[in-house]
Design a protein around this ligand. Structure first.
Ligand SMILES: [Zn+2]
Ligand SMILES: [Zn+2]
Length: 125
């Protein structure tokens, strides 16, 4: 049997082995908070983090954590406060905006293909 400490209230509980390490009480609270936030966003698309916090009682930090983990994925949450780690443009999920993601992918691809080129030229020598 697997016992873990709850990530929120730090009480030990029987952990199922997958998903977030939340005890049943905190898990229920977390689910309720999550649906309160997504309902509020459905009715108030584009609202700001502090607005959601005062309406639902869920801290902005928590909402941004859900966005970073891509658990809360909706363009309606664009103004919550999450920003791209590279260019600081507002984003609604993950860590980077689409442009920076594309840019990083191209950089990655070009460094990968130049490495391949190196290998090929070394092999032909
Ligand atoms: Zn707990
Ligand atoms: Zn960016």
């Amino acid at each position: 049997m697997l016992f873990r400490n709850c990530a929120i209230c730090h009480k030990p509980f029987q952990y199922s082995g997958f998903g977030p390490v939340f005890c049943p009480v905190c898990k229920k609270k977390d689910d309720e908070d999550f649906s309160a936030v997504s309902n509020y966003l459905d009715q108030n698309p584009g609202c700001s983090g502090p607005e959601i916090e005062s309406a639902t009682g869920v801290p902005v930090q928590m909402i941004m954590k859900w966005q970073r983990e891509e658990r809360l994925v909706t363009h309606k949450a664009i103004n919550v406060g999450l920003t791209c780690e590279r260019c600081e443009k507002p984003i609604y999920k993950g860590k980077l905006c689409d442009e920076c993601k594309k840019l990083l992918a191209t950089e990655f691809l070009s460094s990968y293909s130049s490495k391949k080129q190196d290998e090929i030229s070394r092999r032909t020598l």
